[in-house]
Design a protein around this ligand. Structure first.
Ligand code: SAM
Length: 280
């Protein structure tokens, strides 16, 4: 393979198993004279392993604008550059999107390579059957913002995909159960492609206990997937009754409970709706 020059190649790298590097990714990394990396020290071993010899440029979240200028200068000089992040696909909950935007705006070609992405890998083995999914990535670390972000997603009929680090896994799972209710399915996909890969599904209401039963279950990197809000055969009846009850001055919780009892519409969805109606 001979790479085209000038062009920016966006190159996914393995999530853990080096065997997941594609042939094309290896060839691109071997041929490009420049490699923009999220962490040049971290990527050193990987690049050495695959025989990449290009010179390294740092392209992390704190210097993306500067890195973009450096990359564009190399492209202007007629050279090819590869962009990699620490693991997985650049620009997906990783630095790279701004750099790519700048390079495209400068009129240069951007060539994306398919490859590992934790969200897609987890989704493929999740068993969630929704035809649509929404990739959210990381949630805010502060409790209030996290809950607000979850509330905004609660009524969507899509499978929801989150990234989470081990030190926040318990509080995030607790927040998911609080906002989405105990019945929706949670899939915890941990250490994908690595030795201790675990993919566990359970109702949200049982997830915290499962995690706490063994500290090892809380270790490593996680993709969390939640089944979509259940479809209701509501036809707007639940919302109509809910609005009437709220207008009569009933508290949010009671109004949602009654509207659910009267119409059979989803209780959690009604509760979330009641909250948002109350806010507006
Ligand atoms: N751009 C990468 C991608 O899309 O695969 C993700 C980078 S993001 C900084 C890192 C997060 O991805 C982790 O906190 C975790 O949520 C997820 N992740 C990465 N590797 C993983 C793995 N082997 N197993 C499960 N989740 C992983």
């Amino acid at each position: 393979m001979t790479i085209e020059s000038p062009a920016l190649y966006v190159v996914p790298t393995p999530l853990g198993n080096l065997g997941d590097m594609t042939q094309r990714a290896i060839e691109v990394l071997r041929e490009v004279p420049w490699i923009a990396a999220e962490d040049t020290r971290h990527s050193g071993a990987l690049l050495k392993h695959f025989g990449a010899k290009g010179r390294l440029l740092a392209a992390h979240q704190h210097n993306e604008e500067g890195a973009a200028q450096q990359v564009i200068a190399r492209l202007d000089a007629g050279e090819a550059v590869a962009l990699i992040s620490d693991a997985g696909t650049p620009a997906v909950s990783d630095p790279g999107a701004r750099l790519v935007a700048r390079v495209r705006a400068a009129g240069h070609r951007v060539v994306p390579l398919p490859g590992p992405c934790a969200a897609v890998v987890a989704l493929s083995a999740s068993g969630l059957v929704e035809p649509n999914f929404l990739f959210h990535g990381f949630l805010p670390s502060k409790a209030k913002q996290r809950e607000d972000a979850l509330r905004a997603l609660a009524g969507l009929p899509y499978a929801l995909v989150f990234y989470e680090a081990p030190h926040r896994i318990l509080e995030t799972v607790e927040a998911l159960a609080t906002v989405f209710g105990p019945e929706r399915t949670l899939v915890m996909a941990r250490e994908l492609t690595k030795l201790f890969e675990t993919i566990h599904s359970c109702p949200l209401g049982e997830a915290l206990e499962w995690l706490q039963a063994d500290a090892n279950r809380q270790r490593g990197e996680f993709v969390l997937l939640v089944s979509g809000a259940p479809e209701t055969s509501d036809d707007g009846e639940g919302e109509r009754v809910l609005r009437l009850l709220l207008a009569e001055g009933l508290p949010v919780k009671q109004a949602a409970k009654l509207a659910h009892g009267i119409t059979g519409a989803g209780k959690n969805a009604l509760y979330e709706l009641a909250l948002s109606l109350k806010d507006s």
